[in-house]
Design a protein around this ligand. Structure first.
Ligand code: C2E
Ligand code: CA
Ligand code: CA
Length: 701
């Protein structure tokens, strides 16, 4: 980095200015001293240049009054020596010269003097001269300080600026920007010189942007890479403004450039993390489904089959409990490697959840090929033991298989059927495979029944809302509650939302359900407000609910019915919902915000798409997903804390309130607090509670 002048900031600002008077004539020195002291300045004297320099070095006075004519070392030489100690010229030096001696005045300036005073001294003018010089020095000092701060701020933000003079066609790029990018020679740079540093993939768009700015006066904002060598690549964000001349023709292009490499790295990491399982680094369920969709598209035209094979390690729980969780994790990692070695490169192995894995065979010609893969897995498991915690462990698996086009045409169906088949293999004792057959269709039947039941549930008041407290990290006081819907089924007991919310989505029941939740939760919160507990309420919106045309009116109406001030309402939507139709989502979100409510991004970090889009959503709150929190200081410490930190940093860079979900341990709490999270929610604080219990909790606090 080009060095920043530290010295000037090191100068202590004295309450009373200290002035150094240098003159070989003791009488004049005494008079000068007395005159200055009368104006409340502190004074030190020096009878010759050598002593003056020593004093200057030790005391750094605020000003020097220096006689020109002195024996041994004259005033010019002394002044030059002082300037060696003060190259930035922060200390004014006033030279005392003979009247009208123009030549000596010139020499004084050459030697680095700030001003001169003629002898014999006019004492009334003298005081003014001194005061003026000190004032100028203070202003200069303040200016330097502020410049220093700006420089420092730019450096911290990895931000710089440049300009492009369209007349000379040269770029003017300050040294710190060149340094930031790793460009050595910055003299007389032209566009073509700079384009050399842009990698081929980005070159066209960068060149176009600059040319359009030059020729058409178009401003631009773009992200691209800069690479000065194979090992020195940066991501930058550039923004520019075109300045026109009197005829309206582009004259200058003024730009800012920011190095966003660190942000990009976090983005890449999160992107990878969004599609991979942290423990095994295998593709996760999301990526598996993506690939399955894709494989089905291809298969439509190729007349080949696609096989979904789900594998579940038998008695995994026993291994976990007897050998410990570390051994359990190790087994999962080894098993992942084992499967990877058995399949072809074009096929996919994924970890779906816990001890459940999935294979995707993308282009199957004959059923025999599927049988072959299964036989292979089984045989290899018989032949090979896994070494775990010093023990040799043989494992067995249950497999469920569903095929396109035989069993279903779509991805969800195939996954579901393979799962049903796998459950059957388990139920029959494990260590076997089961192909899906249509009589497993009971599940479909179950779903139809559940749909009917859910309609009834809405009418018969079987739904209930639980509230989970959210507390401030500073004092652990409840500041909000998330409303979580529950279904008390008369026969099946408590049904969790992940089983019936998707069903409600598919059948359109979500409209009624969603409205019910909104109304219930908001009115309940109003009641708490009436009792003196001013907290916010978070309400989840599902995809279809968010798309609903009249959502804004619905929310507005509920607010009116319940009489709760809208600033206490947080509507939670997930990134994937918002991204489905980003343009429309942005509009809808703005319309919702017009009502005065807050918007939260739920499960932040999981459906990760693109930072630039996120910036466009008018959000108030980010809820960091449980999966990131889980990794914090977990056993083995596989760097998941780093990911949580990256997500927190991103959230902060967007300037939003950050809520962490699923906080279960004190360690996680402290970590989140340390890295700038504002609010936490999770079992550490409390499980979701029914209305009565939550009310009791509010009373206690
Ligand atoms: P979500 O919005 O991510 O809600 C948080 C879920 O995490 C809740 O599960 C909550 O009980 C659980 N949880 C809270 N703290 C912890 C913790 O410390 N550890 C662990 N392991 N889990 C914790 P729940 O109630 O089963 O809700 C699941 C999902 O169902 C919610 O996920 C939300 O997406 C959806 N949902 C819930 N209520 C509604 C609703 O009224 N409308 C809609 N559309 N969706 C809802
Ligand atoms: Ca939520
Ligand atoms: Ca969530």
């Amino acid at each position: 980095m080009p060095n920043t002048p530290q010295l000037e900031l090191a100068i202590a600002e004295r309450a009373t200015p200290l002035l150094l008077v240098v003159d070989d004539d003791p009488v004049l020195r005494g008079m000068l001293k007395t005159a200055l002291q009368r104006h409340q300045y502190d004074v030190i004297e020096a009878p010759n240049g050598a002593e003056a320099i020593e004093i200057f070095r030790n005391y750094r006075p605020d000003m020097v009054l220096l006689d020109v004519l002195m024996p041994v070392m004259n005033g010019y030489e002394t002044c030059e020596a002082i300037r060696k100690l003060d190259p930035e010229r922060t200390v004014p030096v006033l030279m005392l010269t003979g009247l009208d001696d123009v030549e000596s005045i010139d020499r004084a300036f050459d030697a680095g003097a700030t001003d001169f005073i003629t002898k014999p001294i006019n004492w009334s003018l003298f005081a003014q001269r001194v005061r003026y010089a000190l004032q100028a020095r203070n202003m200069d000092f303040a200016l330097r300080k502020s410049q220093h701060r700006i420089r420092y701020a730019l450096q911290v933000a990895k931000l710089g600026y440049w300009d492009w003079d369209l007349k000379s066609n040269h770029f003017n790029i300050p040294a710190n920007v060149l340094y930031m990018l790793g460009i050595d020679n910055g003299d007389n740079l032209q566009l073509s010189d700079l384009l050399v540093y842009i990698p081929d993939e980005d070159k066209d768009k960068v060149e176009r942007a600059f040319i359009d700015a030059r020729d058409k006066g178009l401003n631009f904002a773009l992200e691209h890479r800069v690479a000065t060598s194979e090992h020195n690549q940066h991501y930058v964000f550039q923004q520019c403004d075109v300045i026109t001349d009197d005829d309206g023709k582009p004259r200058y292009v003024l730009g800012t450039i920011q190095d966003i490499s660190a942000l990009k790295r976090a983005e890449d990491m999160i992107l990878h993390q969004a599609y991979h399982d942290q423990l095994t680094d295998l593709p996760n369920q999301t990526l598996y489904k993506d690939r399955l969709y894709h494989a089905l598209k291809v298969a439509e035209h190729s007349k080949k089959k696609v096989a979904v094979i789900l594998l579940d390690i038998d008695r995994f729980q026993v291994i976990n409990e007897s050998l410990g969780h570390d051994a359990g994790d190790m087994l999962l990692v080894e098993f992942a490697g084992f499967l990877n070695r058995l399949i072809q490169e074009s096929d996919t192995v994924s970890r779906i959840s816990g001890n459940e894995f999935a294979l995707l065979l993308e282009s199957v010609n004959e059923m025999d090929e599927v049988h072959e893969v299964i036989r292979n897995i089984r045989q290899s498991l018989y032949d090979n033991a896994f070494g775990l915690a010093g023990e040799q462990v043989y494992i067995k698996v249950s497999m469920g298989i569903a095929l396109y086009p035989d069993d279903d045409f779509n991805a969800e169906g195939l996954m579901q059927y393979a799962n049903a088949a796998m459950r059957k293999a388990k139920a029959q004792g494990g260590d076997q495979e089961c192909f899906y057959t249509t009589n497993m269709n009971r599940r479909v039947h179950d779903r139809l029944r559940m749909e009917r039941d859910l309609r009834l549930a809405l009418e018969q008041d079987q739904l209930e809302i639980f509230y989970q407290p959210q507390v401030s990290v500073n004092n652990r006081k409840i500041v909000a509650a998330e409303a979580l819907v529950r279904w008390n089924h008369p026969e099946q007991g408590n049904i969790p939302p992940f089983r019936f919310v998707p069903l409600a989505e598919e059948t359109g029941l979500i409209h009624a359900l969603g409205r019910w939740v909104l109304h219930k939760a908001i009115c309940q919160t109003r009641e708490w407000h009436d009792q003196g507990h001013t907290l916010r309420v978070g309400i989840n919106l599902s995809a279809r609910q968010f798309m609903q045309k009249d959502l804004v009116q619905q929310v507005e109406q509920v607010i009116e019915e319940c009489g709760l001030s809208p600033e206490y309402i947080d509507l939670e939507i997930t990134e994937s919902i918002a991204m489905q139709d980003a343009e429309n989502s942005i509009k809808k979100m703005h319309a919702l915000k017009q009502l005065g409510i807050n918007l939260s991004m739920d499960d932040f970090g999981t459906g990760y798409s693109s930072l630039s889009y996120l910036h466009q959503f008018p959000l108030d709150v980010l809820k960091i997903d449980r999966s990131f929190v889980k990794g914090i200081m977990g056993e083995g410490n596989k760097g998941e804390g780093a990911i949580a930190r990256a997500v927190l940093a991103m959230a902060q860079s967007m300037g939003l309130e950050v809520v962490a979900e699923g906080v279960e341990t004190e360690q996680q709490f402290q970590f989140l607090k340390q890295y700038g999270c504002h609010i936490v929610q999770g079992y550490l604080i409390s499980q979701p509670l029914n209305t009565e219990t939550f009310s009791d909790l509010l009373m206690q606090t």
